[in-house]
Design a protein around this ligand. Structure first.
Ligand SMILES: NC(=O)c1ccc[n+]([C@@H]2O[C@H](COP(=O)([O-])OP(=O)(O)OC[C@H]3O[C@@H](n4cnc5c(N)ncnc54)[C@H](O)[C@@H]3O)[C@@H](O)[C@H]2O)c1
Length: 413
């Protein structure tokens, strides 16, 4: 680790901590929440930017970072210590809040370590890779009196909050079903960036990097949250899964899924990373009175085709966690671990549905783009549109390459 010496002094801002690192000196209000980041590179970099802003406005002290890669130390501000061992970091710096932005299969143990060390946690999505882990972590939080918020930005967006208000005010009537559609484009480079990318398992450990369980996890989580609008305890009880892969990866990159919820509602998912043209996720909520759509990466919401007035901003689970810690009576935690149990049940069901079906080359196009290879599933844009409209599975809309679904019963306890 890099070392920092500390002393305390009064300043015009009140009691401050003075941190001296290699001749650099900076001061923070002592009361500010101390935050540490585990997993500095990759998606962790987006947290570095947010932490910089929060620190500049005196809301936090960014005390430490941890990453297996020693070069990650160079990405931290000079006053934050670097540790290649997250347990050492937790013991030495005792952060109030720890952000876990490491690969999914590492989340459970690292989050446990942070909670055991007395820290609240912001855990990136997908939070964990089994129901057993999920329930274990929830129980640990309860026993240790700690909070675990999940990095599902959509849940913390003003748009979904408005949609839930609209549903509660009975403006949609009874919600009958919900469709998730998304057409993303990922180049081979995306799968080459990390050893776990495109894997279902690694060294016997579940990774679950499928299209709907990781890259497009957000709209699935949003749909599950909406499906629970009238009954927060509703859980998925069965999945009908069509999982496809267009590349030589172990997991799916294209999927069509029907989730049966315990409250009788259905969520249909029709998504790909091999699109002809890009379309951001849409969650279409069908009610007996009218429909609503959560669009533009959960930054806008339409009810009966008319846009509701909400701030068009991405949700910020970290900001929500910090605000909740400051004022728990007035600020509701918007993406707590307990509320994401349905997503973990979905993820576990996807793993239990078996490996994806490899699509034959005759259905695929390939081309070079930006120095990498792009694979396109011919006709997928129209198939997703139709599956979302009906709603139905790919095999139910006359898709030439589709195979019958695998049905998987789910248990959430
Ligand atoms: N919320 C979002 O929109 C969003 C977007 C992208 C990724 N993510 C999530 O962020 C997480 C990280 O994804 P990524 O693509 O950045 O992964 P990555 O593999 O590219 O990077 C993760 C970083 O964690 C480090 N790391 C791994 N194990 C570690 C350990 N035990 N201790 C300390 N550091 C460790 C790696 O060295 C690397 O720097 C995943 O859970 C992913 O799903 C979320």
């Amino acid at each position: 680790m890099s070392t920092a010496s500390h002393d305390w002094r009064r300043s015009s801002k009140g009691l401050c901590e003075r941190v001296v690192v290699m001749g650099l000196e900076t001061a923070f209000p002592q009361a500010a929440t101390s935050v540490a980041l585990i997993g500095v590179q990759g998606f962790g970099r987006s947290y570095l930017r947010i932490l910089h802003e929060l620190e500049n406005t005196g809301q936090i002290r960014f005390v430490a970072g941890s990453d297996l890669m020693p070069e990650a130390s160079g990405e931290l501000p000079g006053h934050a210590s670097f540790h290649s061992d997250h347990r050492e970091m937790l013991a030495e710096r005792e952060p109030d809040v720890t952000i876990v932005a490491t690969p999914p299969h590492t989340h459970f143990q690292i989050a446990r370590d942070a909670i055991e060390a007395g820290s609240d946690v912001l855990l990136e999505k997908p939070p964990v890779v089994s129901i057993g882990q999920h329930l274990d972590l929830m129980e640990l939080c309860r026993r240790r009196g700690r909070i675990c918020q999940v990095g599902f930005q959509g849940l913390a967006s003003a748009a979904i909050q408005r949609l839930l208000e609209v549903a509660a005010a009975d403006r949609l009537g009874e919600i009958t079903d919900i469709s998730v559609t998304a057409r993303w484009i990922r180049l081979d480079r995306y799968y080459e960036r990390s050893a776990w990318a495109g894997r279902r398992e690694r060294d016997g450990v579940v990774v679950a990097d499928g299209v709907a369980t990781n890259p497009l996890a957000h709209p699935v989580m949003n749909a599950l949250r909406i499906a629970q609008a009238e009954d927060p305890h509703a859980q998925p009880v069965q999945l009908d899964v069509e999982a496809y892969r267009c590349r030589d990866i172990a997991t799916d990159d294209t999927a069509s899924i029907r989730l049966h919820m315990s409250n009788g509602k259905h969520v249909h998912v029709a998504v790909t990373l091999c699109a002809e043209t890009l379309a951001d996720p849409r969650v279409i909520v069908r009610g007996t009175t009218t429909d609503a759509v959560l669009a533009d990466t959960a930054t806008s919401v339409y009810v009966g085709g008319i846009r509701e007035h909400v701030p068009a901003e991405r949700g910020q689970p970290l900001h929500n966690l910090l605000s909740h810690r400051r004022d728990p009576a007035r600020v509701t935690l918007l993406a707590p671990l307990g509320q994401t149990l349905a997503f973990t049940a979905f993820l576990e069901g996807m793993m239990n549905s078996g490996p994806p079906h490899r699509l034959a080359p005759e259905f695929l196009d390939e081309r070079d783009e930006e120095g990498s290879r792009r694979v396109i599933l011919r006709g997928i844009d129209a198939v997703i549109a139709e599956a979302g409209r009906r709603p139905a599975l790919f095999s139910e809309v006359g898709t030439p390459w589709a195979v019958p679904p695998v049905s998987v019963p789910l248990a959430t306890s």
